[in-house]
Structures are given as structure tokens and as C-alpha cells.
Ligand binder design. Sequence first.
Ligand code: SF4
Length: 164
Amino acid sequence: MNSQQNSNQNNKQGNNNPDSRNPAATATENPEQTREIICIACPVGCHLQVMFRGGLAKDASPDPDTIAITGNRCPRGEIYGREEVLAPTRMVTTTIPVAGSSFARRVPVRTTGPIPVARIPDLLTQLHAMELHAPLARGQVLLTVEGSENSDNEAIQVVTSHRA
Ligand code: SF4
């Protein structure tokens, strides 16, 4: 049976496993990739090699079942490496102008937890369009980041880091 017959046979049998349809084509379309990142889960800063397949197309995620990580000295590095290629998040900090304060022209603000990287540009646009007025207390809530929660299922908020 040649490869075309093999493919037809698989299709007739309803075999949807892409690897069994055409392994050579799959290896080309879905090559193994390696991303080198530094773990920031502790000050040691291990250099991780994160290998995976998939994620080539725009907005496509790597196949979680193919992820393999080396270079980590502890299990936290594996968790960080997986999150970094599947759904990277970051804490956000910036400053916003404040009117009416006798000692500050801008007030530093921060998120109360990491948010998806893809949401950061919109959040910064929203924050930089705000007009704040003194007095502001330290830790004052400015807004809630829609749809973002921490590991305790608490909504992520943007708060002031200092009073103004
Ligand atoms: S892998 Fe572990 S030891 Fe290495 S930086 Fe990450 S948390 Fe620290």
C-alpha cells in the first residue's frame, strides 16, 4: 500500500490523529521548538530550555502535552516554564498624573497580581487616560482588571503604591 492509499485508508476509518495521516508532513508543519527563558520564580535565575510542538500560527498555543523543560533546579521552574509558553502573565506597574497633591505630581500604581501579557497594552491605555485627584491613600483601588483573577480567585485590581 503506498502513502496515498494509506492516507485514504486512514480517512475512511475516521482516523483523525494528525500524526497517523502523514508523519512526514506533520513533522514539517509542527516542528519541535525550543525557547530559552530565565526562571524568575526565585533569585537563582535558572536558564530554562522549554521544548514544545505547536504554537507556530499567530495566537496559537503550544501543545501542552509536548512541553519538556530542562535547566530547572526545582519543580517551580517547570511550572514557570509551562506558564511562560502557554499563558504568560506579568505584574504591571506604571505612574499616573495626580492633581491637587502638595508633594506629588504622579502616583505609582501596580496590579495586585500578574495579568495575561496580551491584556497589558489595553490596561496601560486605560490607566494613562485616567485623571487622579489628591488625596489618594496608599493601596487605594483605582480599577478592577476585567476577567483576571489570582490563584485565590480574587479579582486583580490596580492600586496606588504610595499616597498622594
Ligand atoms: S527553577 Fe527553581 S531554583 Fe531555578 S530559578 Fe526557578 S525557582 Fe529558582
